[in-house]
Design a protein around this ligand. Structure first.
Ligand SMILES: [Zn+2]
Length: 61
């Protein structure tokens, strides 16, 4: 067997919007208070962001 040193296992995170599993290095990160959300791409980020904005506006007007 080849006993070469293996790189660190890639960290996998789940997209907050579509729940797809993506490598941490490719995820888009959004800090939300004291935790971090991950997205597989800008599309999911926008969907989440727009819904978040809508929900945030409810009750304030
Ligand atoms: Zn996604």
């Amino acid at each position: 067997m080849n006993n070469s040193v293996q790189p660190d296992k890639p960290v996998i995170v789940s997209c907050k919007e579509c729940l797809k599993q993506i490598p941490h290095s490719e995820a888009k990160m959004e800090e939300a208070g004291d935790y971090v959300l991950y997205f597989c791409g800008l599309d999911c980020y926008k969907i989440w962001r727009e819904r978040c904005d809508r929900e945030g506006k409810q009750g304030s007007s």
